[in-house]
Design a protein around this ligand. Structure first.
Ligand code: SAH
Length: 221
């Protein structure tokens, strides 16, 4: 290991602990999630030049005009998903793998993650990182997440990491009864996190806090 990586490794233990304290102050209380985030090295999900900033509570660039979600948002979306499902999630669909950090957190809390990303090189890097972390309960698909991933539907949880103007119908159709979807909806800086629950006879939508995500785009690259 090079000197610089060792340096990051050592400070990251302390800075990771600081990140966990900050998450608790921000209202994250699920200890399973806090433990998983404490034990998952976030700096390996970004380029070396930015690795020293990995534990700051901010979104950072990961290339291709995309960003890694800030720790608070990762924790909050995961907490909403887990709480709404009584901590029992077998199959989760994630749209927008990005660098794979949210995928890695989910993989340690649910049985299986199906993760869809439209930008091939981002997906490839994410796949390698999850492999390095020995997280094997993840399947990847290079596709437009607007289609969902029909082969493995229905899902009991869906987490979307990019903001469409409205909820994509295919995703609604791929939810099991009782399933929950956490998704940012809106344009530019007018986005709100929404929690959608599929009931016996329809869907319930709860509007939550304002958020800022990259746009949900169609087609693959
Ligand atoms: N949780 C990820 C978020 C990355 S940003 C992380 O922390 O790294 C959002 C990601 O969604 C980007 O990688 C972007 O390419 C992807 N994305 C946007 N629209 C998409 C779509 N329709 N289908 C699949 N992925 C999409």
């Amino acid at each position: 290991m090079t000197q610089s990586l060792q340096g990051i490794g050592m400070t990251s233990l302390r800075t990771r602990e600081r990140m966990i304290n900050r998450l608790m102050e921000q209202g994250i209380s699920n200890h399973k999630i806090l433990d998983v985030m404490r034990n998952t090295p976030r700096h390996i999900f970004m380029d070396e030049a930015l690795a020293s900033r990995a534990y700051e509570d901010t979104a950072l660039p990961i290339g291709y005009s995309q960003t890694i979600s800030q720790p608070y948002i990762v924790a909050k979306m995961t907490e909403l998903l887990l709480t709404a499902s009584n901590n029992r999630l077998t199959k989760v669909l994630e749209i927008g793998t990005g660098c794979g950090y949210q995928t890695a957190i989910l993989a340690q809390l649910v049985d299986h993650v199906y993760s869809v990303e439209r930008i091939a090189p981002l997906q490839k890097k994410a796949k390698n990182r999850l492999w390095d972390l020995k997280l094997k309960n993840v399947s990847f698909q290079h596709s437009d997440g607007g289609w969902g991933w029909l082969d493995h539907a229905p899902y009991d949880g869906i987490l979307v990491a990019a903001a469409p103007p409205e909820i994509p119908e295919n995703l609604l159709l791929q939810m099991a009864v009782g399933a929950v979807m956490i998704i940012p909806i809106g344009n530019g800086d007018k986005q709100r996190l929404q929690q959608v629950t599929r009931t016996e006879d329809g869907y319930e939508v709860k509007k939550l806090e304002p958020v800022i995500f990259v746009p949900f785009l169609s087609g693959r690259k």
